[in-house]
Design a protein around this ligand. Structure first.
Ligand code: ZN
Ligand code: ZN
Length: 416
């Protein structure tokens, strides 16, 4: 097809889809479930009424509207879902990067407090969002695990949620203990949904590995994820590198500059590393005294000038700075701090920055989200996945007896 025809086909497709959906709605009538069901495009679920387009010749639209673009078969799409701090700000949720590959797989690197809200704004196919790689167990890196566990289950995941993460100096400090305790802490929630939702989707599975080793911790479908130790307060913090199809993504968990990062991240395509405040900046923001501010910013974290030195050594195709508040009072100071020691390709990440990565191109844009969007709805696979009988004995008889049957709306369709 000529380029002009391709362009015409691309422009015409959304109108054809809208017409087809409108026709289906007209034929089926109002109140039908047709609107709530996703439809499949190359095996992936998309919201009704949306047909994602393939981007050709790197002609990316200025803004990325979720669910409108296909990940190319040789492409990696990365979205920053959280770039901020544990002491929260609505402008920057806590650490989280979402990586989607052309082979259909999706990976979350950390899932800090608030970040699952930005994930929901992407209206993803939640049946594929089933892997979280945790760098360490601070709330700004794993605080939303329980939210995704349950929200993903409600929104289409019918298989377990897998959490990969490091061991520590004692079993009770590792990711397995953390995940097991989340399961126990949310027993009321999860058992209340049993029987209504698919059984397997309610499982939260930990994959703990030795934090001290540089080793491959995931190797499936041509995707390798390697972990190595990071220097952050105590034993049990790591960084990751994902390699697939000749492309690489590095995610630095919290760390002071360290030798392993320089070795493992060297020459990767997209390298994400924390870029913290200086002691003076942190004192201004937080009110911390100097001693505590120095410890936090310069001993257990990496301020901007050190971030720049790391990137000058690693030489990525794109350096990505995060883990600060991108607020007007300090954003330029932090940028200038980086530029004192690094002059290569750079993104000062914000929440909902998106990178499309191929072998010959990296596109950096913003995601434009619909604040009123709903999840795309459950799929037929979710609807028909095995379920136990609904749990019994969850409510005392006297409580049940208090129901006002005369005010409950009876079913209008058969329940069996
Ligand atoms: Zn931390
Ligand atoms: Zn952190």
């Amino acid at each position: 097809m000529t380029r002009r025809r391709r362009r015409f086909a691309r422009l015409a497709l959304p109108f054809v889809v809208v017409l087809a959906v409108a026709l289906a709605a007209y034929l089926v009538g109002p109140g039908s479930a047709v609107w709530a069901k996703p439809h499949k495009v190359d095996g992936e679920n998309f919201p009704a009424g949306r047909l994602p387009q393939e981007i050709v010749d790197n002609e990316y639209p200025r803004t990325y509207f979720p669910t409108t673009e296909k990940v190319g078969k040789d492409e990696m799409r990365i979205v920053a879902l959280g770039t901020g701090m544990p002491n929260q700000s609505p402008s920057n949720y806590a650490a989280c990067f979402f990586v989607e590959l052309g082979n259909g797989e999706a990976f979350l690197f950390d899932l800090g407090t608030g970040a699952s809200d930005n994930l929901a704004a992407l209206q993803p196919d939640y049946s594929k969002v089933d892997k979280v790689f945790a760098s360490h167990l601070h709330t700004d890196h794993v605080g939303d695990l329980a939210s995704l566990w349950v929200a993903g289950w409600l929104n289409g995941r019918y298989t377990p949620l897998h959490v990969y993460g490091p061991s520590s100096s004692a079993p009770e400090l590792g990711v397995k203990a953390h995940v097991d305790h989340i399961s126990q802490a949310w027993a009321w929630d999860v058992t209340s949904r049993a029987g209504t939702l698919p059984d397997a989707g309610g499982q939260l599975v930990a994959h703990e590995f030795d934090f001290a080793k540089t080793a491959v911790v995931y190797d499936e479908n041509g995707v390798k994820v390697t972990s190595w130790p990071a220097i952050h307060v105590r034993d049990g913090s790591v960084s990751y590198r994902l390699d697939w199809n000749g492309l690489s993504f590095v995610f630095g968990g919290d760390s002071a500059p360290n030798q392993w990062f320089l070795e493992e991240a060297k020459g990767a395509d997209v390298v994400v590393h924390e870029c913290f405040f200086t002691p003076e900046q942190w004192m201004k923001i937080s009110g911390f005294p100097y001693k505590e501010a120095y410890w936090v910013t310069s001993v257990i974290h990496t301020p901007a000038q050190s971030f720049g030195k790391i990137m000058s050594a690693v030489e990525p195709r794109m350096a990505v700075a995060y883990h600060y508040w991108n607020h007007r009072d300090l954003e330029f100071e932090i940028y200038e701090g980086v530029r004192e020691t690094y002059d290569g390709p750079l993104t000062m990440a914000d929440d909902l920055t998106v990178w499309n990565v191929t072998k010959d191109h990296i596109e950096v844009r913003e995601v434009s989200i619909d604040h009123d969007c709903w999840p795309q709805g459950t799929s037929t696979e979710w609807d028909t996945a095995p379920r136990s009988a609904p749990a019994t004995g969850l409510m005392s008889q006297w409580l049940k007896d208090g129901a006002r049957e005369d005010m409950i709306i009876p079913p209008t369709q058969p329940l069996e």
